[in-house]
Design a protein around this ligand. Structure first.
Ligand SMILES: [Zn+2]
Length: 122
C-alpha cells in the first residue's frame, strides 16, 4: 500500500455498494476519489473491462464514463452555487479548498469551468 498506488474502487455486493479508498491519500485526494466513485454509482455505470496487474485485478468503465464520473465528482464536491456564495464572501481558492477538503487545483478548475470567475468579475 502506497499513497499513489491505488485511489478507490467500488464493490457491488448484492444490493449494496461499498467504496474502498486509499487511507494513505491526502484528504483532498480521498474526497475526489470517493466523489468519483459516487459519480459512477449515481450514473449507474457498469464495469466494462477487467485488468490484471500482477496478482491484482482491476475493473474499469469505458473512458467516456470515466469522464462523466470525473465531471459529476466535481459537481458533487463543489457545486456552482456554493462556489459563487463563497467567492462573493471573499474566500480564496485556498480557503475554499481547506473548508471543503478538496485541492486548490480542484477549486480553481471548478471556478473556471462553472463560469463563476467570469460572473464575479462582471
Ligand atoms: Zn472511475
Amino acid at each position: 500500500m502506497q499513497p499513489g498506488a491505488f485511489s478507490a474502487c467500488t464493490f457491488e455486493i448484492s444490493d449494496r455498494r461499498i467504496i474502498v479508498w486509499n487511507p494513505l491519500s491526502s484528504s483532498a485526494r480521498r474526497s475526489s476519489d470517493i466523489a468519483h466513485e459516487l459519480g459512477h454509482i449515481l450514473l449507474k455505470h457498469q464495469v466494462q473491462n477487467v485488468h490484471v496487474v500482477g496478482e491484482m485485478t482491476f475493473f474499469g468503465c469505458d473512458p467516456e464514463e470515466e469522464q462523466e464520473a470525473n465531471w459529476l465528482a466535481g459537481c458533487l464536491l463543489l457545486p456552482r452555487q456554493l462556489l459563487l456564495t463563497h467567492v462573493r464572501r471573499g474566500m480564496s481558492a485556498e480557503d475554499i479548498a481547506e473548508e471543503f477538503l478538496v485541492s486548490v487545483p480542484m477549486v480553481n478548475y471548478r471556478l473556471r469551468v462553472t463560469g463563476t470567475l467570469q460572473q464575479i468579475r462582471r
